[in-house]
Design a protein around this ligand. Structure first.
Ligand SMILES: [Zn+2]
Length: 130
């Protein structure tokens, strides 16, 4: 354990980009093996090599810059995916619809019949079937 700690001392280690590369590499490996796509399997070797290279790298500044660039795109995508997942999870209990005037996404409990809705953003009143 001590030898491993000494070996890893001063090395970058893992970050969000490395984990994302690792997961995408595993997914591509699964797809490549399932459909017998040998070229895709080769691409995954490159991805795994990049993962090892980033983890063992001693150039912290460049690795952190790469990770920041990745997070610049990943964070908004993650927020969007989380919101969509929340909608999907609660769609059994809530009906989602948008305001006819400002297109703001609204929700109401299911099974309440026709209800009068007032948009919180623009104040438009309309009838919605739930
Ligand atoms: Zn509105």
């Amino acid at each position: 354990m001590n030898r491993f700690r000494n070996f890893m001392f001063g090395r970058y280690g893992t970050d969000q980009l490395t984990v994302a590369l690792l997961i995408s590499g595993m997914v591509l490996t699964f797809i490549g093996n399932s459909f017998d796509l040998h070229l895709l399997t080769l691409v995954t070797y490159v991805i795994f090599f990049v993962c090892i290279f980033r983890t063992m790298s001693k150039n912290f500044v460049t690795r952190q810059r790469e990770n920041q660039k990745f997070l610049q795109y990943w964070n908004p995508a993650s927020t969007w995916l989380t919101a969509k997942y929340r909608v999907l999870k609660s769609s059994k209990d809530y009906k989602y619809f948008s305001c006819p005037n400002c297109k703001k996404e609204l929700r109401a409990p299911r099974g309440k019949g026709k209800i009068a809705v007032t948009c919180q953003r623009c104040g438009t009143k309309f009838i919605q079937n739930t």
